[in-house]
Design a protein around this ligand. Structure first.
Ligand code: ADP
Ligand code: MG
Length: 684
C-alpha cells in the first residue's frame, strides 16, 4: 500500500522515506525504532558533570526573565537543585514559559547541556512536574533512525496511521511463520509484535515482539540457505602456486609470522592448487594479523598470472589497505600494480581503473562493494578476499565471484574477527572450510582496562592530555551521532564541542561518524592516521579493521549500551604498536549486572570467550535496547543476543524440511515465496 495514502505524507516526504528504504506501508510497519526514549532518574546540578544531556530536579529561584533580541524572545532563569547548586536555563521563542512555571515549586527540567568557559547551561529544556516525570519514567517512546526531512515524531505518526489500515490487518494472514511453529515456540502473533515494537505496552510486550521478529528473520534465512545450498565442491581451473617472490617478501618483513599465520597461509596455498574452488573462512581475533595472510594469497595469485581483489566493508578501511599494501610493496621492491576502487571516486577516476582492470594491467585491486558493480570487468580474476566479511551479504560475494571470465570461478577467502556460535557458523558459512588464527603476534604489551563512571571523567581528560603530550593519539567513542530527541546517551557532535572546552586548546580534536559523506570520512581518517588529529571522537565506525598503531587510548562513553563483542573490537584499535595502551569504559548505569558484564572485558582478552560469556551473563531475552552488533546485516536478528532463538529456528527448519510439520496450502506458498533464491537477496 502506498505511503502517500497516509495523511500528511506527500510525494516529497515519500522520497525521504525511500532514502530510509521504506517504500510502502508494509515496509513502514517493519521499520522498527532504533531505540526507545527512556526517562532516567533526574540528577542534581553537580551530577551533570560532562553529560551533554540531562534531567535536573529543582526549583526556579525567581521569576523567569524575558527579553527581545531582534525578532526573538529569549527567556532565562536560574534553577537550583536541592543541594543549592544552580544552573542557568535558556529558552528561545518560548514566551509562554514565563507564566507556565512558578518559582519555588519543584520541577524536573530535561534538555541539552552546554558549557561556556566551564559554566553550565541548560538549553530549551522541557518542563515536567515530578508526577508527570514519574509517569514518563515507566514508558518507552520510539526513536526512529532518522534521515533529512523526517523527524521521529513524523515517523511515529505515520506508523500509528498504518496500524489502523489494511496493511496492518493483513499481517497475521500473511505471516510467513507457520501456525504450528508459532505455537510450538510460544511466539506471539505478527500484528502484536509489530504494534509492540513501535509502541510497547510494556517491556514484556516489547520483548515478546522482538523475539518473534528475530525468529522470523533467522528462520527464513536458514530455510533459504538450506533450500539453496549445495555441498558439492566446484572444479576449478584456477591454479595458484606458492611463488618465490611471495616467500621472499614474507621473509623480508620486519617481523616474523606467527605459527598460526604460517599454518593458515599453508592451508590456503594447498586449497588454491587443489583443482577445486577454494571457499575458506579465516577467523582471527582483532590484531591477529589477517591482512598479511590475505596479502600473501593475493601476491601468489598475481605471480601466477591472475588478478586478485580485496574487498573491504568501508571506504576508510579500503583506503587503508590500499595505502599499506602500496607502501609495503614499495619498501620491498615488489613490482605488482595495485589500484583502489571506491564509490566516492569521480567517474573519470573510475573509468581509468576500469580500463586498467579490463586490460589486465592491474594485478591487485582493493576496494569497497564498487568492486563488483557492473562496469567493473576483470581480465582474469583468480582470487577474491573479503575483509571483515560480516558487513557483507552473501549475495554480494557471489556477485563478485561471477566477475571471473567465462564462468571460471575464482577462489574465495573471507576474513572475520566476529566469533560466531558454532551451530550458526555451520549454517551461515554453509560449505566453507574454516581456518583459525588462534595466536596473537608476540611482543605486545597487554592493554590496561578500566571500568569507571562519570566521577572519573576529570581524571580521564587529564590522562588523555598526558598521552597526547607524549605524542600518542586517542579514540573516544559515543553511541550516537547527534542529539536525538532526548536519548540519554552521549553523541559525537555535542561531545566534540564539549571536549574543545574541556581539553587543552592546543589539542586537535576531530569527529567521525557514519552519516558523513565518504570523502569526508576518508579525509578525517587520513588526518588521524597521519597524526594531524590527536583526539578522534567517533561512533563505532572505527570498530572495523582500522590500524593506527600510534593510538594508545580508547575511551568508550556509555559502554553499557554496547555488546561486549563490539567493545572488544573497539579495544582492538589500540595496543597495535609498541606502546602501553589503555581502555577506559565509562558506564553510568550502576546496576550490578551492568558493571559485572563490563568486568568480563578486564579479565579476558579473547573475543570468542568474551562473546560467549556476554551471552551467558545477560541470558536470553534480556532487554538491551540498542542492538549488539551489525554482524551479518540482519535487521531484527542479533547473532550474539539471539543465539538461543537461532537454535530453535534451526530445529523448526529441520522439522519442516523433513516433513514433520502440517502446513496449510497457503502457509506452504508463503514460505516458498519468501525463501526462493531471489528472496535470499532481500534477506541479506
Ligand atoms: P587484523 O587481524 O585485526 O586484521 P592486522 O592484519 O591489521 O590485524 O594486523 C595488526 C597489526 O599487526 C599490523 O600493524 C600488522 O602489520 C602487525 N602484524 C601482523 N602480523 C604480525 C606478526 N607476526 N608480528 C608482529 N606484528 C604483526
Ligand atoms: Mg583487519
Amino acid at each position: 500500500m502506498e505511503l502517500t495514502a497516509l495523511k500528511g505524507i506527500g510525494s516529497k516526504t515519500e522520497e525521504y522515506f525511500k532514502k530510509l528504504g521504506v517504500h510502502s506501508q508494509e515496509e513502514l510497519l517493519e521499520f522498527f525504532p532504533r531505540d526507545y526514549e527512556l526517562f532516567f532518574p533526574p540528577v542534581t546540578v553537580g551530577e551533570i558533570g560532562y553529560k551533554t544531556f540531562a534531567a535536573v530536579r529543582g526549583v526556579f529561584t525567581q521569576d523567569l526573565f524575558q527579553r527581545r533580541v531582534k525578532k526573538m524572545t529569549i527567556t532565562t532563569a536560574q534553577f537550583k537543585d536541592e543541594i543549592g547548586k544552580t544552573i542557568k536555563v535558556t529558552w528561545f521563542n518560548a514566551p509562554f514559559m514565563k507564566d507556565a512555571v512558578h518559582p519555588g515549586q519543584l520541577y524536573i527540567l530535561r534538555g541539552r547541556v552546554s558549557r561556556k568557559y566551564g559554566v553550565l547551561q541548560l538549553n530549551q529544556p522541557k518542563v515536567y512536574t515530578p508526577e508527570e516525570y514519574a509517569k514518563k519514567m515507566n514508558s518507552m517512546q520510539p526513536v526512529y533512525p532518522l534521515t533529512k526531512g523526517l523527524s521521529s515524531n513524523l515517523i511515529a505518526g505515520a506508523v500509528r496511521q498504518a496500524i489502523e489500515g489494511d496493511a496492518f490487518a493483513k499481517l497475521d494472514k500473511e505471516d510467513p511463520i507457520p501456525g504450528e511453529v508459532r505455537v510450538k515456540y510460544g511466539l506471539c502473533k505478527k500484528s502484536y509484535a509489530v504494534s509492540n515494537l513501535h509502541f510497547p505496552e510494556s517491556k514484556e510486550a516489547y520483548m515478546a515482539g522482538a523475539v518473534r521478529m528475530s525468529f522470523e528473520e533467522i528462520f527464513l534465512f536458514i530455510l533459504s540457505m538450506k533450500r539453496n545450498e549445495s555441498d558439492q565442491k566446484t572444479v576449478s581451473e584456477v591454479r595458484i602456486s606458492n611463488c618465490e617472490q611471495t616467500q621472499a617478501f614474507l621473509k623480508q618483513l620486519p617481523f616474523s609470522l606467527t605459527e598460526a599465520q604460517k599454518r593458515v597461509i599453508g592451508e590456503i596455498n594447498t586449497d588454491m592448487m587443489s583443482g577445486f574452488v577454494m571457499n575458506r573462512l579465516i577467523q582471527g581475533d582483532v590484531g591477529s594479523g589477517k591482512t598479511i595472510v590475505a596479502l600473501a594469497a593475493l601476491m601468489n595469485a598475481a605471480y601466477s598470472g591472475y588478478q586478485g581483489a580485496l574487498m573491504a566493508p568501508t571506504e576508510v578501511l579500503a583506503s587503508q589497505h590500499y595505502e599499506n599494501i602500496t607502501r609495503m610493496f614499495k619498501e620491498n621492491g615488489i613490482d605488482l600494480n595495485v589500484a583502489l576502487l571506491t564509490g566516492s571516486m569521480t567517474a573519470l577516476e573510475k573509468r581509468v581503473v576500469y580500463d586498467a582492470l579490463e586490460s589486465g594491467r592491474i594485478h591487485i585491486i582493493v576496494g569497497t562493494h564498487a568492486l563488483f558493480q557492473e562496469k567493473a570487468i576483470y581480465h582474469n580474476l583468480g582470487l577474491v578476499v573479503t575483509d571483515e566479511q560480516h558487513r557483507f551479504g552473501i549475495k554480494q560475494r557471489e556477485a563478485l565471484a561471477k566477475k571471473a571470465a567465462d564462468g571460471v570461478q575464482p577462489h574465495m577467502i573471507v576474513m572475520s574477527a566476529t566469533p560466531i556460535p558454532r551451530t550458526l557458523a555451520l549454517i551461515i558459512y554453509g560449505n566453507m572450510d574454516v581456518s583459525v588464527i588462534d595466536q596473537l603476534p608476540g611482543g605486545r604489551k597487554p592493554i590496561k582496562n578500566a571500568v569507571v563512571d562519570d566521577s572519573y571523567k576529570e581524571q580521564a581528560y587529564r590522562f588523555i592530555e598526558k598521552e597526547v603530550a607524549k605524542g600518542h593519539q586517542v579514540y573516544i567513542i559515543c553511541p550516537l551521532v547527534e542529539y536525538s530527541e532526548g536519548l540519554d546517551a552521549q553523541n559525537v557532535t555535542d561531545y566534540t564541542e564539549m571536549l574543545r572546552d574541556v581539553l587543552d586548546e592546543q589539542i586537535s580534536i576531530g569527529m567521525l561518524h557514519g552519516q558523513m559523506p565518504n570523502a569526508k570520512k576518508n579525509e578525517i581518517m587520513t588526518r588521524f592516521a597521519e597524526g594531524k588529529i590527536q583526539v578522534l571522537v567517533s561512533t563505532t565506525v572505527v570498530e572495523v579493521g582500522v590500524d593506527v598503531p600510534n593510538a594508545t587510548v580508547m575511551m568508550v562513553e556509555d559502554a553499557n549500551r554496547f555488546g561486549l563483542a563490539a567493545l572488544h573490537q573497539l579495544r582492538g584499535r589500540v595496543g597495535r604498536g609498541g606502546n602501553q595502551s589503555y581502555c577506559i569504559f565509562v558506564c553510568n548505569n550502576h546496576s550490578k549486572e551492568a558493571m559485572e558484564r563490563l568486568e568480563i572485558l578486564k579479565t579476558s582478552n579473547d573475543g570468542f570467550e568474551i562473546a560467549s560469556k556476554d551471552l551467558e551473563m545477560r541470558g536470553p531475552g534480556e532487554f538491551t535496547g540498542i542492538r549488539q552488533s551489525g554482524a551479518l546485516s540482519f535487521k531484527n536478528f542479533d547473532i550474539y543476543r539471539d543465539a538461543d532463538i537461532a537454535q530453535k529456528a534451526i530445529e523448526a527448519v529441520n522439522d519442516y524440511l523433513s516433513g514433520r510439520l502440517r502446513l496449510t496450502k497457503s502457509e506452504e506458498e508463503l514460505l516458498l515465496e519468501r525463501t526462493s533464491l531471489e528472496a535470499g537477496a532481500v534477506l541479506l
